[in-house]
Design a protein around this ligand. Structure first.
Ligand code: MN
Length: 503
């Protein structure tokens, strides 16, 4: 998909603070050390994006100018700052108050070992980030800046991982700022509350442009797809999936598969022409379409598009951002719905699925391509991919509009292999246990007002969603292994006050 190449052109800028007090020789050494640090971080391959060393900064005008340049540079996804020496922080006010890109503060030092036998005042003056970063940390705190602080030596794999996680979030933020979401059929499912929300506020805060399009327009694009393109698409399906008998060549539902291929190609053409990286559908409006485009949604999600069912544009956006955050790492991202429970005491499980639209990027084996009648919608039997999600840790991210602000809720969970086969369930599924356990995890989700839809992410961590939320100014609620329901209730209450005060 075209949007994937946009990520490759992005970069992170590395800014080193100092001042003129120490003389040219020291400043030359500062510049050289910075260059080596950035080359080391870049060469480690730990970051999902290129990191670029900018000339060292010794005065307020330079600092302001580089911050303005970062804002104006479409390729700059974020800025890492570090004070090699002391850098009087009033110099940073003009720049930092104007900076609109995600900010990280790398609190590191060029040398890892203190040269006990050799240390003198020259060494002290050159290597004083313990001192300079505190001065800088104060002004960042005084300005109430949302920033990520990463502490430790720049060659430490843990430090590189923290920086990489922040960079994943910064890439998602860059994507968010230009994200276009198409709603086919426009509206939410009738009377559903949580999938609604303030689209104008979402665009102000997150950059999402959310617009509705008539299903008739989409149907027109679907009908324009050539038979030859459909032939090629169906061949790809045959190579990728275990195709069930009615969908094979000569099978009684073969035409339904061909029509699904037509839907995928028509939707994709519509999305790419309009620059949409996420979309929603609604089964209540299929005007001009012969069947529900569930398989097409599965396929498009696997190609990197965000998707939300029933007009759910917020979850569609989160699915797309989850895919950007995952980058080249393993682990899939899917639209997901908490569907039904296994409530036997001590063995509680959540069965997540959707009518059709679960992304095969989360599958634990080659998916089966099947066709079954659909109870709702009153259309032709739609093909769909059926599979079970890979076991392992994952998170569910959901965004709810609380009236006046958006709340991002991220729940940590453990996906398990189902203990029993489900041969009659004609949809993809995931079975998981929320942390810290079913009872508290489900209660926390309800207390926080989490939706019945989520972006289910196998490769993205809670911290990455938290950093993204901070960059966007969202309220972020974590439901994890240390969940304390009383503390959560207080946090929700205090957040209400804090957001009303604009803190
Ligand atoms: Mn749903």
């Amino acid at each position: 998909m075209t949007h994937a190449t946009d990520q490759a052109s992005r970069e992170i800028w590395f800014l080193t603070g100092s001042q003129h007090l120490y003389g040219d020789e020291t400043l030359k050494q500062v510049a050289e050390n910075s260059r080596r640090i950035v080359a080391g971080i870049d060469g480690s391959g730990a970051l999902p994006v290129k990191i670029v060393c900018k000339p060292i900064l010794t005065g307020p005008d330079e600092i302001r100018d580089v911050c303005l340049a970062a804002n104006a540079a479409p390729e700059c996804a974020g800025v890492v700052t570090w004070m090699h020496t002391f850098s009087p922080a009033k110099m940073w006010i003009a720049g930092l108050t104007r900076l609109q890109k995600p900010l990280a503060h790398l609190h590191t030092q060029f040398n890892s070992e203190l040269p006990w036998g050799e240390i003198d005042m020259d060494f002290m003056n050159l290597n004083q980030s313990a001192h300079g970063d505190r001065e800088y940390g104060f002004i960042a705190a005084r300005l109430r800046l949302k920033r990520k602080i990463v502490v430790g030596h720049w060659q430490d794999p843990d430090v590189l991982q923290d920086l990489a996680q922040w960079a994943n979030s910064a890439l998602a933020m860059a994507e968010s700022r230009s994200l276009k979401i198409a709603r086919f059929g426009g509206m939410n499912m009738r009377e559903v509350a949580v999938t609604g929300g303030d689209r104008v506020e979402a665009q102000i805060q997150l950059g999402w442009s959310v617009n509705g399009y008539g299903v008739g327009d989409l149907a027109g694009r679907v009908n324009e797809v050539s038979d030859a393109a459909v032939d090629r698409q169906v061949e790809e399906y045959e190579e990728s999936y275990v195709v069930s008998a009615p969908l094979r060549r000569g099978g009684e539902k073969r035409e339904n598969l061909r029509y699904a291929a037509r839907q995928e190609l028509g939707m994709r053409a519509f999305l790419d022409e309009g620059g949409f990286a996420a979309f929603t559908t609604t089964f209540e409006d299929l005007h001009g379409l012969k069947q529900l485009p569930g398989f097409a949604c599965q396929r498009l999600m696997a190609q990197g598009y965000g998707f939300g069912a029933e007009g759910d544009w917020k979850t569609a956006a989160l699915v797309r951002l989850g895919k950007v955050m995952t980058g080249r790492r393993s682990g899939g991202v899917s639209f997901m719905e908490d569907y039904t429970y296994h409530l036997v005491k001590g063995q509680e499980r959540i069965l997540g699925a959707h009518m059709l639209e679960v992304c095969p990027s989360i599958a634990d084996a080659k998916p089966a391509l099947e066709v079954h009648p659909l109870g709702i919608g009153g259309k032709a039997d739609p093909p769909r991919l059926v599979f079970t999600a890979r076991p392992g840790p994952a998170v569910n991210a959901t965004l709810v509009d609380m009236g006046g602000r958006m709340r991002l809720i991220v729940a940590e969970l453990d996906v398990v292999t189902p203990e029993h086969a489900m041969p009659k369930l004609p949809t993809a599924r995931a079975v998981w246990i929320p942390r810290p356990d079913f009872k508290r995890g489900a209660q926390g989700w309800l207390e926080a007002g989490g939706a019945h839809h989520a972006a289910f992410c196998q490769g993205v961590t809670y911290e990455e969603w938290e950093d993204f939320g901070a960059m966007a100014g969202l309220e972020v609620i974590r439901l994890g292994a240390d969940l304390d329901l009383r503390a959560l209730r207080n946090e929700l209450r205090w957040n209400d006050a804090a957001f009303k005060l604009g803190l």
